[in-house]
Design a protein around this ligand. Sequence first.
Ligand SMILES: [Cu+2]
Length: 495
Amino acid sequence: MLTRRGLLGVGVGAAAAIVLASCAPEARWVQPAGQQVAGTERARGGTGRVTAVELIAAAATLDLAGTPASTWAFGGVPAPVIRLGAGDTLRATVRNRLEADTSVHWHGLALRNDMDGVPPVTQAPIGPGGEFVYEFVAPHPGTYWFHPHVGPQLDHGLYGALIVEDPDEPVTWDDEWVLILDDWLDGVTATPDQVLSDLSAGMGDMGGMGDMFMRMGNLLMGATSDLLGGDAGDVYYPHYLINGKPTADPAQFTGTPGARVRIRVINAGSDTAFRFAVGGHRLTITHTDGFPVDPVEVDSILIGMGERYDLQVTLGDGVFPVVADAEGKQDRAFALLRTGAGTAPASDVPVAELGTGRVGTAAGLSATAAVALHQASPDRVVHLALTGGMEAYDWGIDGRRFDMNDPLRDAHAISEGERVQLRIRNDTEMWHPFHLHGHTYQHANGGPRKDTSIILPGQTLTVDFDADNPGLWVAHCHNIYHAETGMTTVLGYRS
Ligand SMILES: [Cu+2]
């Protein structure tokens, strides 16, 4: 078994060489840099339009209401929004000015496998001083985002929104806002590597102490949520942010009463689900994870790490709180909406929409007819069990911690052209936001198309997808600390 140090070192070139060497000779698996992946990209076609951006990963300082926090970022927290049209090509030159390996993963996109940004599975890591040009067709419209896929780097400020516009957009709106929610500790109480180290030491037997809500260094005890089925999260964060702004210096949104606004909400947190609401307003869910759903009106939404929700709101007249309660953690992220006169509410203002109203979750959503998968019985069923626990911090899949030196499992092999059904069973006592790369599956029984789904303790999530994007695709928990300690596997296409 890999030691924690071994897991922390997954970005090193030696590991990449081992993996690439170990799968090449048998050639039983599709190679990310091979002809099958390139052929699929050619068949995607696209508009031929190219959007070129440069992302520089470097040390940065985040201003937290006058207190500077040292962090890593792509030129700001969050990075500037990247926008392009469906079918357009994104050409992103990533320059690494960190003293660590890095990469960029384009979360939720069904892109060519060798641009997925997962060292050492799909590429070698980008070393310090190095660069890598990601170039791929963005096939589907929607709300996506990007972040590194090396260690717990996501829990620095290395993230941003990627919006793929729909040239045939059926929804109309007067304005559009992107809201990125985040749990923040970097440069304040710890670094992500320190948190990973503390967690990996294990909580041991708390002798009942685990039920009390309290901070213990970088860990948080007793954070519980009925909506999440128990333990809500285990990392203490001193700040919760909306678009890089803390509650003491809230982000401000302005508009005109009666205007219809599309709000794209992205949870870029590492260990926190948020319950999001706009005081005095109802929310209409129109999309999740980029794909449209039959509209549903709710008072708030629950959003796990890596999930996205597009909401439509008709603005009222006045000054309103925009809140994202850190579910179970007794704290919140906060912003202000101004459309008229009034006094700004305090950040701890009670928000009725977070109370007894309807909470939107994936369970209440259905894919629109336009994006629902056609009826077909599965050609293959893949069972995945989410395993491990807090005491030993031994998160895994099928009782096994992910091994970067031996990432491919015959039990998780699929073939191009198949309708694949995943049955993901949560055998742990904690919820997990499960994320599959390179595909947007559909929840069973006509549910939403998604790429990241909350799975509660003891529950099984059944999803289907068409295996139409050959490659080696990571599937993992989007609690970055769970993923890093082992709750990760690869769904690999057979060649
Ligand atoms: Cu997890």
